[in-house]
Design a protein. Structure first.
Length: 512
């Protein structure tokens, strides 16, 4: 019997001995990026007061980050393929740490907004590099399932952890620590990655940079994200909002046409052409719309309606975190090699929809233990179960030289989904609240009655928007079940084998 070790195929597929250590530092970096998306929200009122930021400009603390991050993600993914993922990862971490230090030391509005834009730009380098490193480091299907289970739990639950940490730091220390806390995360992850992380030597894409593609995709995505942000404050019928959406559509259409004609495209259309990856990007983006809206509404409901402190509000999200970790590591990771991905993703999104459906019954006096806690557990379990195979499938079968840009598309779908979710659901909630207040204003004749009416109107608005979120999650489940047709991966599947095909590549077995 010939030795498997003598086989060239076996040698090429030998797993990296430091891969589990590498996962620790990749996951730490991902946690930092996801935390930052929500941790600043809790600190924003205090930062606004200290720095003298006007009410009209305070949204830019969030928007500056979102525009830079969302607009530059595809560029960041391509840079990772060009420079090498490890180098891009370390540079992204160093830049994110420096931008965080700048934000924490901010003395005025301009310095704060500049720091947030820099955080977004370096985050756009870091996020796709992290996911693509994971994709090329874990090639065995069972190990890949465990690794993506951990990564999926962090990607899904990190936002809720940010609410807890943001509340604690703001209440007991100072809002500046919501920025400074990123620095130790970044330093540890960068040093660890430099020492431990390895990537395949043949995994780079050294083709010339597609400059027209970079310009068109960046401007198109920035216009799209800003359009939804503007819609939230100025309205959907505002001329500027409509102009941004039209401009975004034109730019992104021009981007697709350009990518189909240039020799070395920024986003090879072969990455999108696979129906499984397309289904992941679309279903995940829609699910994030629902989740971002929920974070916003539950935060306001617990603090304004129920009177929770920032720290208590953060801890109130713990059941969702527990559910996401359980769904990712105990359900998704264990079943990923046994059942097709769509039989995890579609039921996962439907389970989350049931949890969301419970929250449509919110009232002023709703019991946390009786309704909000079980709803969060269902949401967490469902999203954790769905996120895990989605993250893995997003880079399934992709050529190693395209791993960075394929990973960037996952982050882009989430970022755009988050911008849409915040704007769309907040607008629906505001309209429902206004309609409720108008219909019931005549009965509120005393200050106490008027205050009660305001709270009832808020809750009515939240419930109306959450109904939309239920429908969006149901559509996500339908897309996942319909578009994602790949079967269960075998125990020896290798992703990103360099074949450029979407078929699975298996480790050759030598017969007795």
């Amino acid at each position: 019997m010939p030795k498997i070790a003598d086989s060239p195929a076996r040698t090429a597929l030998t797993p990296d001995p430091g891969r589990w250590k590498a996962l620790v530092f990749i996951a730490l970096a991902q946690l930092m990026v996801v935390l930052d998306a929500t941790i600043v929200n809790i600190a924003l009122p205090s930062a606004q007061q200290d720095l003298g930021i006007s009410d009209g400009n305070r949204q830019w603390v969030i928007t500056a980050y979102a525009l830079a991050f969302g607009g530059l993600l595809l560029f960041g993914g391509r840079i990772a393929d060009l420079w090498g993922r490890k180098r891009t990862f370390v540079v992204g971490l160093a830049g994110f740490a420096a931008a965080s230090a700048l934000g924490g030391a901010a003395t005025g509005e301009a310095m704060m907004l500049g720091a947030r834009a820099l955080q977004g730009a370096f985050g756009a380098l870091l996020a796709p590099a992290a996911l693509s490193l994971l994709a090329v480091t874990f090639t065995d299907a069972k190990e890949r399932a465990k690794a993506f289970g951990i990564y999926g739990a962090i990607a899904g639950g990190g936002g809720a952890v940010g609410l807890i940490l943001g509340g604690f730091l703001t209440e007991y220390l100072n809002w500046r620590w919501t920025f400074f806390v990123n620095i130790p995360f970044a330093v540890v992850a960068a040093v660890g990655a430099y020492l431990v992380v390895r990537e395949p030597a043949d995994g780079r894409n050294r083709s010339p940079l597609d400059v027209p593609g970079v310009i068109l995709s960046t401007l198109g995505l920035v216009a799209l994200v800003y359009g939804f942000t503007r819609a939230e404050s100025e309205g959907w019928s505002d001329a500027g909002t409509i102009g941004l959406f039209v401009g975004s559509a034109v730019l992104l259409l021009a981007f697709v046409v350009t990518e189909s004609r240039v020799k070395s495209p920024l986003l090879p259309l072969r990455v999108l052409a696979d129906r499984n990856r397309g289904g992941v990007y679309l279903s995940l983006g829609l699910a994030v719309i629902a989740m971002f809206g929920l974070f916003l509404f539950l935060t306001y409901y617990l603090q304004v309606v129920k009177g929770y402190s920032p720290v208590r509000t953060g801890f109130a999200f713990l059941p969702m975190i527990v559910g996401m970790i359980t769904g990712s590591t105990q359900i998704g990771a264990r079943l990923m090699t046994r059942v097709p991905p769509r039989l995890l993703m579609a039921p996962g999104f439907l389970t989350a929809a049931v949890g969301m459906l419970l929250l449509t019954r919110l009232e002023i006096g709703t019991s946390y233990a009786g309704l909000i806690l079980p709803a969060q557990l269902l949401l967490g379990l469902g999203m954790g179960t769905a996120f895990m195979p989605a993250m893995s499938l997003a880079t399934h079968g992709v050529d190693p030289r395209d791993a960075g840009v394929a990973s960037a598309m996952v982050n882009t779908s989430q970022q755009v989904g988050g911008a849409i979710g915040t704007a769309l659901l907040n607008t629906i909630a505001a309209s429902a609240t206004t309609a409720y207040l108008t219909d019931h204003a005549a009965g509120a004749t005393t200050p106490a009655a008027q205050k009660l009416l305001q709270l009832q109107g808020m809750v009515e608005g939240y419930a109306a928007a959450i109904w939309w979120a239920v429908g969006i999650l149901a559509v996500s489940a339908a897309i996942a079940f319909t578009f994602i047709t790949t079967g269960k991966p075998g125990s020896g599947v290798v992703a990103g084998s360099g074949t450029g095909a979407d078929d699975e590549v298996r480790i050759p077995v030598v017969a007795h």
